[in-house]
Design a protein around this ligand. Structure first.
Ligand code: G16
Length: 544
Protein backbone atom coordinates (compact mmCIF):
# COMPACT_ATOMS: atom_id res chain seq x y z
CA UNK A 1 0.00 0.00 0.00
CA UNK A 2 1.19 3.50 -0.64
CA UNK A 3 1.85 5.56 2.47
CA UNK A 4 1.83 9.34 2.28
CA UNK A 5 3.49 11.72 4.72
CA UNK A 6 1.23 14.71 5.24
CA UNK A 7 2.58 17.88 6.82
CA UNK A 8 0.44 19.51 9.49
CA UNK A 9 0.46 22.11 12.25
CA UNK A 10 -0.60 21.56 15.87
CA UNK A 11 -3.92 22.63 17.40
CA UNK A 12 -3.61 23.96 20.92
CA UNK A 13 -6.75 22.42 22.43
CA UNK A 14 -6.11 18.68 22.32
CA UNK A 15 -5.64 17.99 26.00
CA UNK A 16 -7.65 14.85 26.85
CA UNK A 17 -10.07 15.26 29.79
CA UNK A 18 -11.47 12.69 32.23
CA UNK A 19 -12.39 10.47 29.34
CA UNK A 20 -10.41 11.34 26.22
CA UNK A 21 -10.81 14.29 23.88
CA UNK A 22 -14.36 15.65 23.61
CA UNK A 23 -15.28 18.55 21.36
CA UNK A 24 -18.00 19.71 19.02
CA UNK A 25 -18.21 17.71 15.76
CA UNK A 26 -17.32 20.90 13.86
CA UNK A 27 -14.03 21.08 15.76
CA UNK A 28 -13.18 17.49 14.79
CA UNK A 29 -14.08 18.28 11.18
CA UNK A 30 -11.35 20.92 10.89
CA UNK A 31 -8.51 20.08 8.52
CA UNK A 32 -6.12 17.58 10.12
CA UNK A 33 -7.72 17.91 13.58
CA UNK A 34 -8.60 14.22 14.02
CA UNK A 35 -5.54 13.16 12.01
CA UNK A 36 -3.22 15.08 14.36
CA UNK A 37 -4.75 13.48 17.43
CA UNK A 38 -4.65 9.95 16.03
CA UNK A 39 -1.03 10.30 14.90
CA UNK A 40 -0.19 11.75 18.34
CA UNK A 41 -1.67 8.62 19.94
CA UNK A 42 0.54 6.40 17.80
CA UNK A 43 3.58 8.65 18.36
CA UNK A 44 3.13 8.04 22.09
CA UNK A 45 3.14 4.24 21.70
CA UNK A 46 6.05 1.90 21.17
CA UNK A 47 6.51 -1.51 19.59
CA UNK A 48 2.99 -1.86 18.25
CA UNK A 49 3.91 -2.70 14.66
CA UNK A 50 2.21 -5.90 13.52
CA UNK A 51 -0.16 -6.02 16.53
CA UNK A 52 -3.96 -5.64 16.69
CA UNK A 53 -5.99 -2.54 17.37
CA UNK A 54 -9.72 -2.57 18.22
CA UNK A 55 -11.78 0.27 16.76
CA UNK A 56 -15.43 1.18 17.32
CA UNK A 57 -17.77 3.90 18.42
CA UNK A 58 -21.25 4.64 19.67
CA UNK A 59 -22.59 5.44 16.19
CA UNK A 60 -22.96 9.16 16.71
CA UNK A 61 -22.63 11.63 13.83
CA UNK A 62 -19.11 11.52 12.29
CA UNK A 63 -18.46 7.96 13.59
CA UNK A 64 -18.08 6.37 10.15
CA UNK A 65 -15.94 9.17 8.68
CA UNK A 66 -13.67 9.13 11.72
CA UNK A 67 -13.23 5.35 11.51
CA UNK A 68 -12.14 5.56 7.87
CA UNK A 69 -9.50 8.16 8.80
CA UNK A 70 -8.30 6.08 11.76
CA UNK A 71 -8.04 2.94 9.58
CA UNK A 72 -5.81 4.77 7.08
CA UNK A 73 -3.53 6.25 9.73
CA UNK A 74 -3.33 2.95 11.67
CA UNK A 75 -2.51 1.11 8.43
CA UNK A 76 0.25 3.59 7.59
CA UNK A 77 1.72 3.30 11.09
CA UNK A 78 2.11 -0.47 10.77
CA UNK A 79 -0.63 -2.20 12.79
CA UNK A 80 -1.09 -5.83 11.69
CA UNK A 81 -4.82 -6.20 12.32
CA UNK A 82 -7.72 -3.84 12.87
CA UNK A 83 -10.72 -5.38 14.67
CA UNK A 84 -13.77 -3.23 13.99
CA UNK A 85 -17.41 -3.55 15.01
CA UNK A 86 -19.85 -3.97 12.13
CA UNK A 87 -21.12 -0.57 11.01
CA UNK A 88 -18.35 0.96 13.10
CA UNK A 89 -20.38 0.19 16.24
CA UNK A 90 -19.00 -1.02 19.55
CA UNK A 91 -19.98 -0.13 23.08
CA UNK A 92 -17.18 1.02 25.39
CA UNK A 93 -17.30 -2.11 27.60
CA UNK A 94 -17.38 -4.28 24.46
CA UNK A 95 -14.17 -2.60 23.23
CA UNK A 96 -12.57 -3.28 26.59
CA UNK A 97 -13.57 -6.95 26.37
CA UNK A 98 -12.35 -7.28 22.76
CA UNK A 99 -8.95 -5.83 23.62
CA UNK A 100 -8.61 -8.38 26.39
CA UNK A 101 -9.83 -11.50 24.60
CA UNK A 102 -7.83 -10.75 21.44
CA UNK A 103 -4.66 -9.71 23.32
CA UNK A 104 -4.83 -6.54 21.26
CA UNK A 105 -2.27 -3.77 21.72
CA UNK A 106 -5.07 -1.31 22.48
CA UNK A 107 -8.24 0.21 21.17
CA UNK A 108 -9.71 3.46 19.95
CA UNK A 109 -13.22 4.38 21.11
CA UNK A 110 -15.21 7.06 19.34
CA UNK A 111 -17.77 8.56 21.66
CA UNK A 112 -18.67 11.60 23.67
CA UNK A 113 -20.49 9.27 26.05
CA UNK A 114 -23.65 10.81 27.45
CA UNK A 115 -23.26 14.10 25.54
CA UNK A 116 -25.72 14.77 22.68
CA UNK A 117 -24.78 13.87 19.09
CA UNK A 118 -25.42 15.38 15.65
CA UNK A 119 -23.70 17.80 13.25
CA UNK A 120 -23.68 20.62 15.83
CA UNK A 121 -23.23 18.44 18.90
CA UNK A 122 -20.40 16.47 20.46
CA UNK A 123 -17.85 13.93 19.28
CA UNK A 124 -15.00 12.28 21.14
CA UNK A 125 -12.05 9.93 20.89
CA UNK A 126 -10.11 8.03 23.48
CA UNK A 127 -7.35 5.44 23.54
CA UNK A 128 -7.54 2.31 25.73
CA UNK A 129 -4.44 0.31 26.62
CA UNK A 130 -3.77 -3.43 26.54
CA UNK A 131 -5.56 -4.23 29.82
CA UNK A 132 -8.72 -2.91 28.13
CA UNK A 133 -8.89 0.23 30.27
CA UNK A 134 -8.57 3.95 29.60
CA UNK A 135 -4.98 5.11 29.14
CA UNK A 136 -3.35 6.33 32.36
CA UNK A 137 -2.45 9.99 32.86
CA UNK A 138 1.22 9.35 32.06
CA UNK A 139 0.15 8.29 28.56
CA UNK A 140 -2.41 11.05 27.99
CA UNK A 141 0.17 13.64 29.11
CA UNK A 142 2.67 12.27 26.56
CA UNK A 143 -0.04 12.23 23.90
CA UNK A 144 -0.87 15.86 24.62
CA UNK A 145 2.82 16.85 24.46
CA UNK A 146 3.02 15.14 21.08
CA UNK A 147 -0.05 16.94 19.81
CA UNK A 148 1.53 20.32 20.59
CA UNK A 149 4.59 19.67 18.41
CA UNK A 150 3.25 17.44 15.66
CA UNK A 151 4.43 18.41 12.17
CA UNK A 152 3.38 15.44 10.04
CA UNK A 153 1.28 12.30 10.00
CA UNK A 154 1.37 9.08 7.99
CA UNK A 155 -1.69 8.07 6.01
CA UNK A 156 -2.27 5.07 3.74
CA UNK A 157 -3.60 5.76 0.28
CA UNK A 158 -6.36 3.12 0.33
CA UNK A 159 -10.05 3.18 -0.53
CA UNK A 160 -12.66 3.36 2.22
CA UNK A 161 -13.18 0.01 3.94
CA UNK A 162 -16.60 -1.72 3.83
CA UNK A 163 -17.61 -1.55 7.49
CA UNK A 164 -20.87 -3.41 7.06
CA UNK A 165 -19.85 -6.90 5.91
CA UNK A 166 -18.73 -9.26 8.67
CA UNK A 167 -15.50 -11.07 7.80
CA UNK A 168 -11.87 -10.40 6.97
CA UNK A 169 -10.38 -8.17 4.31
CA UNK A 170 -6.66 -8.00 3.51
CA UNK A 171 -4.74 -5.00 2.27
CA UNK A 172 -1.13 -6.11 1.76
CA UNK A 173 0.03 -7.21 5.24
CA UNK A 174 -2.87 -5.56 7.05
CA UNK A 175 -5.88 -7.67 8.08
CA UNK A 176 -9.16 -5.87 8.67
CA UNK A 177 -11.64 -7.94 10.65
CA UNK A 178 -15.23 -6.76 10.83
CA UNK A 179 -17.01 -8.49 13.72
CA UNK A 180 -20.50 -8.75 15.12
CA UNK A 181 -20.39 -6.10 17.89
CA UNK A 182 -22.55 -8.05 20.35
CA UNK A 183 -21.54 -11.78 20.31
CA UNK A 184 -18.37 -11.74 22.42
CA UNK A 185 -19.92 -9.39 24.94
CA UNK A 186 -23.07 -11.51 25.25
CA UNK A 187 -20.90 -14.61 25.80
CA UNK A 188 -19.07 -12.83 28.61
CA UNK A 189 -22.34 -11.84 30.32
CA UNK A 190 -23.60 -15.43 30.10
CA UNK A 191 -20.49 -16.54 32.00
CA UNK A 192 -20.97 -13.99 34.80
CA UNK A 193 -24.71 -14.23 35.47
CA UNK A 194 -27.26 -16.99 35.95
CA UNK A 195 -29.03 -16.77 32.59
CA UNK A 196 -31.24 -19.82 33.33
CA UNK A 197 -32.57 -18.23 36.51
CA UNK A 198 -33.18 -14.97 34.67
CA UNK A 199 -34.96 -16.73 31.83
CA UNK A 200 -37.28 -18.47 34.30
CA UNK A 201 -37.97 -15.33 36.32
CA UNK A 202 -38.87 -13.46 33.15
CA UNK A 203 -40.95 -16.22 31.59
CA UNK A 204 -42.99 -16.74 34.79
CA UNK A 205 -43.63 -12.99 34.85
CA UNK A 206 -41.87 -12.62 38.19
CA UNK A 207 -39.68 -9.95 36.61
CA UNK A 208 -41.24 -7.49 34.17
CA UNK A 209 -38.88 -4.97 32.69
CA UNK A 210 -38.32 -1.91 30.55
CA UNK A 211 -34.88 -0.96 29.23
CA UNK A 212 -34.33 2.47 27.66
CA UNK A 213 -31.42 2.39 25.18
CA UNK A 214 -31.92 6.12 24.49
CA UNK A 215 -31.30 5.54 20.74
CA UNK A 216 -27.68 4.85 21.59
CA UNK A 217 -25.28 1.93 21.38
CA UNK A 218 -26.89 -0.45 23.89
CA UNK A 219 -29.97 -0.96 21.68
CA UNK A 220 -28.54 -3.96 19.78
CA UNK A 221 -26.81 -5.33 22.91
CA UNK A 222 -29.94 -5.11 25.07
CA UNK A 223 -32.21 -6.57 22.39
CA UNK A 224 -29.91 -9.56 21.88
CA UNK A 225 -29.39 -10.22 25.59
CA UNK A 226 -32.69 -9.25 27.20
CA UNK A 227 -35.12 -10.13 24.44
CA UNK A 228 -33.42 -12.87 22.37
CA UNK A 229 -31.38 -14.70 25.01
CA UNK A 230 -33.41 -14.09 28.19
CA UNK A 231 -36.82 -14.14 26.54
CA UNK A 232 -38.16 -10.74 27.59
CA UNK A 233 -41.05 -9.74 25.32
CA UNK A 234 -40.30 -7.76 22.17
CA UNK A 235 -40.64 -4.08 23.00
CA UNK A 236 -38.95 -4.49 26.39
CA UNK A 237 -36.09 -2.43 24.93
CA UNK A 238 -37.38 1.03 24.09
CA UNK A 239 -35.56 3.56 21.87
CA UNK A 240 -33.48 0.59 20.75
CA UNK A 241 -32.22 1.76 17.37
CA UNK A 242 -28.92 3.67 17.52
CA UNK A 243 -29.29 7.02 15.75
CA UNK A 244 -26.58 9.51 14.79
CA UNK A 245 -28.27 12.21 16.87
CA UNK A 246 -29.80 9.88 19.50
CA UNK A 247 -33.20 10.98 18.22
CA UNK A 248 -32.44 14.54 19.35
CA UNK A 249 -32.16 13.37 22.96
CA UNK A 250 -29.45 13.58 25.54
CA UNK A 251 -28.27 9.98 26.05
CA UNK A 252 -27.58 10.39 29.74
CA UNK A 253 -29.32 7.79 31.91
CA UNK A 254 -30.76 9.91 34.68
CA UNK A 255 -34.34 10.78 35.53
CA UNK A 256 -34.10 14.15 33.78
CA UNK A 257 -33.03 12.71 30.42
CA UNK A 258 -34.53 9.19 30.43
CA UNK A 259 -37.95 10.77 30.69
CA UNK A 260 -39.96 8.03 28.97
CA UNK A 261 -38.55 5.37 31.27
CA UNK A 262 -39.04 7.54 34.34
CA UNK A 263 -42.69 8.17 33.47
CA UNK A 264 -43.19 4.44 32.96
CA UNK A 265 -41.55 3.51 36.25
CA UNK A 266 -43.50 6.10 38.23
CA UNK A 267 -46.74 5.47 36.32
CA UNK A 268 -49.61 3.07 36.86
CA UNK A 269 -48.80 -0.62 36.22
CA UNK A 270 -45.08 0.07 36.31
CA UNK A 271 -42.89 -2.95 35.53
CA UNK A 272 -40.89 -4.40 38.42
CA UNK A 273 -37.57 -3.36 36.89
CA UNK A 274 -36.44 -0.39 34.80
CA UNK A 275 -33.02 0.57 33.48
CA UNK A 276 -31.26 2.81 31.00
CA UNK A 277 -27.79 3.20 29.56
CA UNK A 278 -25.92 6.05 27.91
CA UNK A 279 -24.43 6.93 24.50
CA UNK A 280 -21.55 4.44 24.61
CA UNK A 281 -23.07 1.87 26.96
CA UNK A 282 -20.89 2.26 30.01
CA UNK A 283 -23.32 4.06 32.32
CA UNK A 284 -26.47 2.68 33.94
CA UNK A 285 -29.53 3.81 35.81
CA UNK A 286 -31.47 1.29 37.89
CA UNK A 287 -35.12 1.78 38.83
CA UNK A 288 -37.90 -0.24 40.37
CA UNK A 289 -41.62 0.49 40.42
CA UNK A 290 -41.78 3.99 41.95
CA UNK A 291 -38.14 4.03 42.99
CA UNK A 292 -34.82 5.24 41.62
CA UNK A 293 -31.61 3.72 42.99
CA UNK A 294 -28.79 6.26 43.32
CA UNK A 295 -25.54 5.03 41.72
CA UNK A 296 -23.80 5.29 45.10
CA UNK A 297 -26.42 3.07 46.76
CA UNK A 298 -26.31 0.74 43.77
CA UNK A 299 -22.58 0.14 44.28
CA UNK A 300 -23.05 -0.47 48.01
CA UNK A 301 -25.91 -2.91 47.44
CA UNK A 302 -23.94 -4.76 44.77
CA UNK A 303 -20.99 -5.11 47.14
CA UNK A 304 -23.20 -6.33 49.98
CA UNK A 305 -24.84 -8.98 47.77
CA UNK A 306 -22.08 -9.93 45.34
CA UNK A 307 -21.93 -13.50 46.54
CA UNK A 308 -25.40 -14.15 45.12
CA UNK A 309 -24.00 -13.70 41.59
CA UNK A 310 -22.27 -16.76 40.07
CA UNK A 311 -19.07 -14.97 39.01
CA UNK A 312 -18.59 -13.46 42.48
CA UNK A 313 -19.88 -16.40 44.52
CA UNK A 314 -16.48 -16.99 46.09
CA UNK A 315 -16.41 -13.43 47.40
CA UNK A 316 -14.85 -10.17 46.30
CA UNK A 317 -11.34 -8.96 47.07
CA UNK A 318 -12.15 -5.30 47.72
CA UNK A 319 -14.10 -2.30 46.48
CA UNK A 320 -13.32 1.20 45.24
CA UNK A 321 -15.32 4.33 44.62
CA UNK A 322 -14.50 7.73 43.19
CA UNK A 323 -14.02 10.45 45.78
CA UNK A 324 -17.37 12.25 45.19
CA UNK A 325 -19.33 8.97 45.33
CA UNK A 326 -21.18 8.58 48.64
CA UNK A 327 -19.64 6.62 51.47
CA UNK A 328 -22.38 3.96 51.39
CA UNK A 329 -20.01 1.34 50.00
CA UNK A 330 -17.44 2.13 52.71
CA UNK A 331 -19.94 0.95 55.32
CA UNK A 332 -20.44 -2.34 53.48
CA UNK A 333 -16.69 -2.84 53.14
CA UNK A 334 -16.20 -2.17 56.84
CA UNK A 335 -18.84 -4.69 57.84
CA UNK A 336 -17.51 -7.35 55.47
CA UNK A 337 -13.87 -6.63 56.35
CA UNK A 338 -12.98 -5.68 52.78
CA UNK A 339 -10.40 -3.14 51.60
CA UNK A 340 -12.08 0.03 50.29
CA UNK A 341 -10.30 2.61 48.11
CA UNK A 342 -11.19 6.23 47.36
CA UNK A 343 -9.89 7.31 43.94
CA UNK A 344 -10.18 10.49 41.88
CA UNK A 345 -13.01 10.72 39.36
CA UNK A 346 -12.24 8.80 36.15
CA UNK A 347 -12.43 5.09 35.46
CA UNK A 348 -8.71 4.93 34.64
CA UNK A 349 -7.93 5.22 38.37
CA UNK A 350 -9.52 1.80 39.03
CA UNK A 351 -7.33 0.05 36.45
CA UNK A 352 -4.26 -0.67 38.57
CA UNK A 353 -6.34 -1.83 41.54
CA UNK A 354 -8.30 -4.23 39.31
CA UNK A 355 -5.17 -5.51 37.54
CA UNK A 356 -3.50 -6.06 40.89
CA UNK A 357 -6.48 -8.02 42.25
CA UNK A 358 -6.97 -5.55 45.12
CA UNK A 359 -10.56 -4.87 44.14
CA UNK A 360 -13.33 -6.75 42.34
CA UNK A 361 -16.08 -4.11 42.24
CA UNK A 362 -15.91 -0.37 41.70
CA UNK A 363 -18.23 2.48 40.93
CA UNK A 364 -18.90 6.16 40.61
CA UNK A 365 -21.73 8.51 41.42
CA UNK A 366 -21.87 9.43 37.72
CA UNK A 367 -23.96 6.33 36.96
CA UNK A 368 -21.01 4.00 36.47
CA UNK A 369 -20.32 0.62 38.02
CA UNK A 370 -18.21 -2.31 37.01
CA UNK A 371 -16.01 -5.20 38.02
CA UNK A 372 -12.84 -7.00 37.06
CA UNK A 373 -14.57 -8.61 34.03
CA UNK A 374 -13.42 -5.67 31.85
CA UNK A 375 -11.58 -2.42 32.53
CA UNK A 376 -14.41 0.00 31.78
CA UNK A 377 -17.61 0.68 33.61
CA UNK A 378 -20.35 -1.40 32.10
CA UNK A 379 -24.01 -0.39 31.78
CA UNK A 380 -25.61 -3.69 30.77
CA UNK A 381 -23.47 -5.64 33.19
CA UNK A 382 -24.92 -3.52 36.02
CA UNK A 383 -28.45 -4.08 34.71
CA UNK A 384 -27.88 -7.86 34.60
CA UNK A 385 -26.33 -7.75 38.07
CA UNK A 386 -29.46 -6.15 39.47
CA UNK A 387 -31.76 -8.48 37.52
CA UNK A 388 -29.84 -11.46 38.88
CA UNK A 389 -30.13 -10.01 42.38
CA UNK A 390 -33.89 -9.49 42.09
CA UNK A 391 -34.34 -13.00 40.71
CA UNK A 392 -32.22 -14.57 43.41
CA UNK A 393 -33.59 -12.61 46.38
CA UNK A 394 -37.15 -12.68 45.06
CA UNK A 395 -37.67 -9.18 46.36
CA UNK A 396 -38.69 -5.93 44.71
CA UNK A 397 -36.06 -3.25 44.08
CA UNK A 398 -37.76 -1.12 46.72
CA UNK A 399 -37.51 -3.89 49.32
CA UNK A 400 -33.87 -4.54 48.48
CA UNK A 401 -33.01 -0.85 48.91
CA UNK A 402 -35.02 -0.43 52.12
CA UNK A 403 -33.53 -3.57 53.62
CA UNK A 404 -30.05 -2.29 52.80
CA UNK A 405 -30.73 1.06 54.48
CA UNK A 406 -32.17 -0.77 57.46
CA UNK A 407 -28.89 -2.68 57.89
CA UNK A 408 -26.37 0.01 56.99
CA UNK A 409 -28.19 3.35 57.35
CA UNK A 410 -28.79 5.66 54.38
CA UNK A 411 -26.24 8.00 52.83
CA UNK A 412 -28.62 10.67 51.53
CA UNK A 413 -27.02 12.07 48.42
CA UNK A 414 -27.45 14.43 45.50
CA UNK A 415 -25.44 16.29 42.87
CA UNK A 416 -26.10 19.77 41.51
CA UNK A 417 -24.60 20.59 38.10
CA UNK A 418 -24.12 24.07 36.71
CA UNK A 419 -23.36 23.65 33.01
CA UNK A 420 -21.76 26.01 30.47
CA UNK A 421 -20.43 28.40 33.11
CA UNK A 422 -18.03 31.03 31.78
CA UNK A 423 -14.49 29.66 32.27
CA UNK A 424 -13.19 32.77 34.05
CA UNK A 425 -16.18 32.78 36.40
CA UNK A 426 -15.62 29.07 37.16
CA UNK A 427 -11.95 29.62 37.85
CA UNK A 428 -12.87 32.57 40.08
CA UNK A 429 -15.23 30.34 42.07
CA UNK A 430 -12.49 27.78 42.61
CA UNK A 431 -9.92 30.41 43.60
CA UNK A 432 -12.42 31.75 46.09
CA UNK A 433 -13.06 28.25 47.47
CA UNK A 434 -9.34 27.52 47.76
CA UNK A 435 -8.77 30.75 49.65
CA UNK A 436 -11.18 29.60 52.40
CA UNK A 437 -9.84 26.07 52.94
CA UNK A 438 -7.08 26.68 55.46
CA UNK A 439 -9.39 28.42 57.94
CA UNK A 440 -12.38 26.10 57.83
CA UNK A 441 -11.45 23.13 60.04
CA UNK A 442 -13.11 23.45 63.44
CA UNK A 443 -15.69 26.01 62.28
CA UNK A 444 -19.26 25.26 63.29
CA UNK A 445 -22.29 25.83 61.04
CA UNK A 446 -25.39 24.98 63.07
CA UNK A 447 -25.01 21.24 63.89
CA UNK A 448 -22.22 20.80 61.35
CA UNK A 449 -18.60 21.18 62.48
CA UNK A 450 -15.98 21.14 59.74
CA UNK A 451 -13.55 18.26 60.27
CA UNK A 452 -11.36 18.85 57.22
CA UNK A 453 -11.30 21.08 54.14
CA UNK A 454 -8.80 20.27 51.43
CA UNK A 455 -8.10 19.61 47.78
CA UNK A 456 -8.12 15.88 47.09
CA UNK A 457 -4.83 14.22 46.04
CA UNK A 458 -4.43 10.55 45.31
CA UNK A 459 -1.40 8.29 45.46
CA UNK A 460 -1.95 5.14 43.43
CA UNK A 461 -1.24 2.22 45.80
CA UNK A 462 0.16 0.12 42.96
CA UNK A 463 2.50 2.42 41.02
CA UNK A 464 2.74 5.30 43.53
CA UNK A 465 1.85 7.90 40.90
CA UNK A 466 0.31 11.01 42.42
CA UNK A 467 -2.68 12.95 41.06
CA UNK A 468 -3.27 16.41 42.51
CA UNK A 469 -6.20 18.86 42.41
CA UNK A 470 -8.93 16.25 42.14
CA UNK A 471 -11.73 18.27 43.72
CA UNK A 472 -12.36 20.33 46.86
CA UNK A 473 -13.73 18.47 49.86
CA UNK A 474 -15.33 19.84 52.97
CA UNK A 475 -16.00 17.06 55.45
CA UNK A 476 -17.94 17.42 58.72
CA UNK A 477 -17.63 15.67 62.08
CA UNK A 478 -20.99 13.92 61.50
CA UNK A 479 -19.73 12.34 58.26
CA UNK A 480 -21.53 14.76 55.91
CA UNK A 481 -19.60 16.13 52.96
CA UNK A 482 -19.78 18.93 50.40
CA UNK A 483 -17.56 18.47 47.35
CA UNK A 484 -16.87 20.90 44.52
CA UNK A 485 -15.40 19.69 41.24
CA UNK A 486 -15.01 20.87 37.68
CA UNK A 487 -16.20 18.29 35.15
CA UNK A 488 -13.68 16.80 32.76
CA UNK A 489 -16.25 15.87 30.13
CA UNK A 490 -18.16 19.07 29.28
CA UNK A 491 -17.58 20.68 25.89
CA UNK A 492 -18.96 24.19 26.42
CA UNK A 493 -17.41 26.47 29.06
CA UNK A 494 -17.06 24.83 32.46
CA UNK A 495 -19.43 22.47 34.25
CA UNK A 496 -19.31 22.89 38.01
CA UNK A 497 -20.51 19.96 40.07
CA UNK A 498 -21.52 20.20 43.73
CA UNK A 499 -21.91 16.87 45.52
CA UNK A 500 -23.82 16.76 48.80
CA UNK A 501 -24.03 13.92 51.26
CA UNK A 502 -25.44 13.26 54.72
CA UNK A 503 -25.68 10.04 56.73
CA UNK A 504 -28.98 9.04 58.31
CA UNK A 505 -29.00 6.10 60.70
CA UNK A 506 -32.61 6.52 61.86
CA UNK A 507 -34.77 4.27 59.68
CA UNK A 508 -37.90 6.34 60.35
CA UNK A 509 -36.20 9.09 58.32
CA UNK A 510 -35.02 6.95 55.41
CA UNK A 511 -37.99 7.87 53.24
CA UNK A 512 -37.05 11.57 53.14
CA UNK A 513 -36.74 13.52 49.93
CA UNK A 514 -33.00 14.05 49.31
CA UNK A 515 -33.28 17.76 48.42
CA UNK A 516 -35.20 18.45 51.61
CA UNK A 517 -32.90 16.37 53.78
CA UNK A 518 -29.87 18.12 52.29
CA UNK A 519 -31.34 21.66 52.28
CA UNK A 520 -28.98 22.96 54.94
CA UNK A 521 -25.89 21.61 53.14
CA UNK A 522 -27.16 23.00 49.83
CA UNK A 523 -27.37 26.49 51.36
CA UNK A 524 -24.00 26.07 52.99
CA UNK A 525 -22.43 25.08 49.66
CA UNK A 526 -23.75 28.30 48.13
CA UNK A 527 -22.33 30.24 51.07
CA UNK A 528 -18.89 28.75 50.33
CA UNK A 529 -18.83 29.04 46.53
CA UNK A 530 -21.37 31.77 45.73
CA UNK A 531 -22.07 30.23 42.35
CA UNK A 532 -25.60 31.60 42.15
CA UNK A 533 -24.37 35.06 43.02
CA UNK A 534 -21.43 34.92 40.60
CA UNK A 535 -23.35 33.46 37.64
CA UNK A 536 -26.73 35.08 38.24
CA UNK A 537 -28.34 31.65 38.01
CA UNK A 538 -31.10 30.71 40.36
CA UNK A 539 -31.04 26.92 39.95
CA UNK A 540 -28.61 24.17 38.93
CA UNK A 541 -28.90 23.04 35.29
CA UNK A 542 -29.41 19.42 36.36
CA UNK A 543 -30.02 17.80 39.74
CA UNK A 544 -29.34 14.08 40.04
C1 G16 B 1 -16.29 9.74 32.30
C2 G16 B 1 -15.39 8.78 32.98
C3 G16 B 1 -15.93 8.46 34.35
C4 G16 B 1 -16.15 9.71 35.14
C5 G16 B 1 -16.97 10.68 34.36
C6 G16 B 1 -16.92 11.99 35.09
O1 G16 B 1 -17.53 9.13 32.10
O2 G16 B 1 -15.30 7.59 32.23
O3 G16 B 1 -15.07 7.58 34.97
O4 G16 B 1 -16.82 9.46 36.33
O5 G16 B 1 -16.42 10.88 33.09
O6 G16 B 1 -17.42 12.99 34.35
P1 G16 B 1 -17.19 14.47 34.81
O7 G16 B 1 -15.72 14.74 34.76
O8 G16 B 1 -17.99 15.23 33.79
O9 G16 B 1 -17.76 14.58 36.18
P2 G16 B 1 -18.13 8.95 30.64
O10 G16 B 1 -19.36 8.11 30.85
O11 G16 B 1 -18.42 10.37 30.23
O12 G16 B 1 -17.06 8.31 29.84
Amino acid sequence: MQINTQSTTPYDDQKPGTSGLRKKVTVFQQTNYLENFVQSIFNSLQDFQGTSLVIGGDGRFFNREAIQIIIKIAAANGFGELIIGQGGLLSTPAVSNLIRINNAFGGIILSASHNPGGPDEDFGIKYNVSNGGPAPEKFTDALYENSTTISEYQIADIVDVDLDSIGQQKIDDLVITIIDPVSDYADLMAKIFDFDLLKNSISYGYITLCFDAMHAITGPYAKRILEDLLGAPKGTVINGIPLEDFGGGHPDPNMAHAEELTNTMFGENAPTFGAASDGDGDRNMIMGANIFVTPSDSLAIMAANAQLIPAYAKGISGVARSMPTSQAVDRVAKKLGLPCFETPTGWKFFGNLLDDGQITLCGEESFGSGSDHVREKDGLWAVLFWLNLVAKKRQSIEDIVNEHWESFGRDIYCRHDYEAVDLDVANGIFDHLRSQLSGLAGQKFSDYTVKYADEFSYTDPVDNSVSHNQGIRIGFENGSRIIFRLSGTGTVGATLRIYLEKYEADSSKHGQDAQEALAFLIDLAEQFCKIKKRTGRTEPTVIT
